[in-house]
Design a protein around this ligand. Structure first.
Ligand code: 2HG
Ligand code: ZN
Length: 453
């Protein structure tokens, strides 16, 4: 019996996909930047099945790459070196919303959009939100500590995770879905697994914090003379009681998305040094707050369909850039007072003829650096931007993860002691390096065993 036969015996033949055409969608990420090959895609539907799959993989000496909605940007869920692709797509169970604790249990394969809709049906909301909500899943969001646009109000994924169910490399199941708001009983394993990118365990479900659903919203697009002016707006913005998001769009980013959608920019993109998109949400109309703010600023109020149109532009920047070519993508963050220095450096280090399209989440000093046409200078640009980010006290990944894209810089950012501790944890939980090898930590490619025969 081959290991593929054994996998079929665990999950059933229809859930072990070996056909090349069927495998193809799992082998390439959504932006077609990362490609790999897998002998098979296996789709279990319970933690017990995941455990059995991991045991078979361990016995066969074949690695596992877990995958959710495949919306990652750093190659962390694309199979490499003959690893089995473990899809969490079938973990779509959503438990009842508990209004008492304001929590819900969601399977790893539940999309962020489905989770939001489920919470809203009970008058609550899920706090973490970003453009890929329709495909991105709970498991992926947990594994990358995803952020998005509302971090300024509610934090990123980690503070939403009250508990997790996960399967360790040896097939043992951790079931910590009680969601106790207070607990000081030893190490909090769910916190350790958030952001571990499938290298320590396979997350199968999460107990998640919910927040109030603020039905009344109003946004504004503010044109600032410079990025420095945009940053200096932050203290004033933070005083808005209903502040929900503070997004940064450099003029190129706004222009590219508007061109892609065939719409006119709400403000002429070339008349500003930086744009700030402010969103407010409350139990009653928050537009007064923004009207007062806009009295001293150059900007437009966007409510109702206009706000939706503005968000549509914001949410399409990534796709619009992708339509122009394959960019060098860096998701960096620095203390916000250093953001202008970092952005200046980006513009300085790109080669003549390259296009830098920058946008991100202003309040966290998080800028998505997208460079088109860096060509032969790509490695040098990456090196200089990441090194500068570290020197400015920042992080080489704010919300997309390390994946395979940034393994070479992790040690530099974390320092030898923290990096060694991380490696020790990996070794203790996954001594055979079966779970997502090559992600977070560089590894030599493992020897591949034939899938059949
Ligand atoms: C966003 O904020 C995402 O829209 C994607 O994090 C960022 O494409 C990017 O670089
Ligand atoms: Zn982002």
């Amino acid at each position: 019996m081959t290991y593929v036969d054994e996998l079929c015996a665990i999950v059933g033949d229809p859930h072990v996909l070996t056909d090349a055409d069927v495998r193809a969608t799992y082998e390439t990420d959504w932006l077609r930047q990362w490609h790999g090959e897998t002998p098979c895609v296996v789709r279990p539907s319970s933690p017990e099945e995941v455990a059995a799959v991991l045991r078979v993989a361990a016995a066969a000496g074949v690695a596992i790459v877990p995958q959710g909605g495949n919306t990652g940007l750093v190659g962390g869920s694309v199979p490499r070196n003959g690893a089995i692709l473990l899809s969490l797509q079938r973990f779509t169970a959503l438990g009842p919303v508990d209004p008492m604790s304001m929590q819900v249990t969601a399977g790893a394969g539940v999309t962020i959009e489905a989770l939001q809709q489920h919470a809203r049906a009970s008058g609550l909301d899920f706090a973490v939100d970003w453009g890929a909500r329709a495909s991105a899943t709970v498991g992926g969001a947990v594994s990358t500590n995803a952020g998005g646009s509302r971090v300024v109000r509610f934090g990123a994924m980690r503070p939403q995770v009250m508990g997790l169910q996960a399967v360790l490399a040896d097939g043992s199941i951790i079931d910590q879905l009680a969601g106790l708001p207070k607990e000081t009983a030893g190490l909090h394993l769910p916190s350790l697994l958030v952001g571990s990118e499938g290298t320590l365990a396979v997350v199968t479900a999460a107990r998640l914090r919910l927040v109030p659903w603020y039905r009344h919203t109003a946004a504004a697009l503010i044109a600032c003379d410079s990025l420095t002016d945009a940053v200096l707006l932050l203290p004033e913005l933070r005083r808005l009681p209903s502040l929900d998001a503070v997004e940064l769009m450099m003029p190129e980013a706004l222009a590219v998305a508007c061109e892609f959608l065939g719409v006119r920019p709400p403000i002429n993109a070339h008349e500003a040094g930086a744009f700030v998109m402010v969103d407010c949400a409350a139990h009653s109309d928050p537009s007064e707050e923004l009207v007062d703010l806009l009295a001293d600023l150059r900007g437009v109020l966007a409510i109702g369909p206009k706000r939706e149109a503005l968000y549509k532009v914001r949410d399409h920047i990534t796709i619009a850039i992708g339509a122009l070519g394959a960019p060098l993508k860096l998701d960096v963050a620095v203390p916000v007072e250093n953001l202008d220095r970092l952005v200046r450096l980006v513009y300085k280090v790109i080669p003549t003829g390259a296009r830098a399209i920058l946008f991100g989440h202003l309040a966290e000093g998080n800028v998505h650096v997208n460079i088109l046409g860096a060509d032969a200078s790509q490695d040098e640009v990456r090196e200089r931007v990441l090194q500068a980010t570290i020197e400015l006290g920042g992080t080489i990944s704010a919300e997309h993860g390390i994946g395979v894209a940034k393994v070479d810089w992790l040690k530099r950012q974390k320092g030898p002691a923290a990096y060694a501790a991380m490696r020790a944890i990996k070794k203790a939980l996954d001594p055979k390096n079966l779970l997502n090898p090559g992600v977070l930590f560089a590894t030599a490619p493992r020897r591949r065993r034939a899938a059949r025969g």
